[in-house]
Design a protein around this ligand. Sequence first.
Ligand code: ZN
Ligand code: ZN
Length: 365
Amino acid sequence: MSESREIAATEGSRGVERTASIGRARQAVLMEPGRLELREWTPPHPGPGEVLLEVKCALSCGTDLKAYRRGHPMWRLPAPFGHEFSGVVAEAGPGVEKFSVGDELMAAPTASCGECFFCGRGQENLCAQAMEKMVLGAYADFILVGAHVVARNAFRKPPELSFEEAALLEPTACVVHAQELARPEKYETVLVVGAGAFGILHAMALKAQGVREVAVAGRGAQRLEWAGQLGADRVIDVQAAGAEEAVASLNGGYGPDLVIECTGQVDGWREAFARVRRGGRVVFFGGCPVNTALSVDTRRMHYDNLTLIAPFHYRPRDVRKACELLCSGGLGAGRIINARRRLNELAEVFAMLERGTVLKCAVIP
Ligand SMILES: [Zn+2]
Ligand SMILES: [Zn+2]
């Protein structure tokens, strides 16, 4: 144990030198579904190519809530928790030339290998390394960022971009990937199913590209109000009478050209398939619980000439584009973060997520 070891870190935005005692560092660990522990933790010195980042902001994510409720198929518990982050380089490992102590960074939590079968075919989102070597532990004072991420998916944060907005890199990359595959056109009408953080982020990205009409269908008056405030042209309460008719009347009665499903529930998938217009595209963005199935009416699929797309994760080019979008400020994605809590209030953050009273919460150490 090197409790007394101290490292120098700079207070990014103000450029003030300060010394953070790592002996007092904390890290949240998901022990088992429903049980989080904030542990005292001694961050390691970064190895070759790695960077130790002082976390300035971590963001809550739907994936975290799912893992908190029922575990995660790719993570062996107990596991450090949280994967959306931004921060300041506290220590750079041997061989790191891109970044040095004091640099403000934004990074995705995964990176593909660039060498495998899938990477060779431009489908880096399916690279085994992406999920196996995910950087976890953002709900903490420090996070160790692996060499693969430092090399491929980490970027210097411009000073005018807040740490909060910079931490949106990963969810924005997922949205970019899905929309690159869906190719929305400006003249189209898009229906987003699900008024959670991802649904609203999709709506914001669509409007930023100039898509004519974006409707968000979801449940919960508060969430639908947020969807409207953050850019949806129309909101449709799926629990209210007349919801089906409201969707059917979109696009001059043809129905939406493109439906983006963001609930991660089979009902939402069914709904998306049922509501798209003839000749339209459906993006199944939200992953459903394991062992669920969707049965598809083959007649509709074929004679209505539907295109079904199920994008998973993101590729390096999506991360770069997401970075450009966030840094240019054109997206205004930071508006999706509507609560702030300290690291020692993490239990409350998850209680808020369970209740659906927050879209994305910034966790500030
Ligand atoms: Zn996430
Ligand atoms: Zn690969």
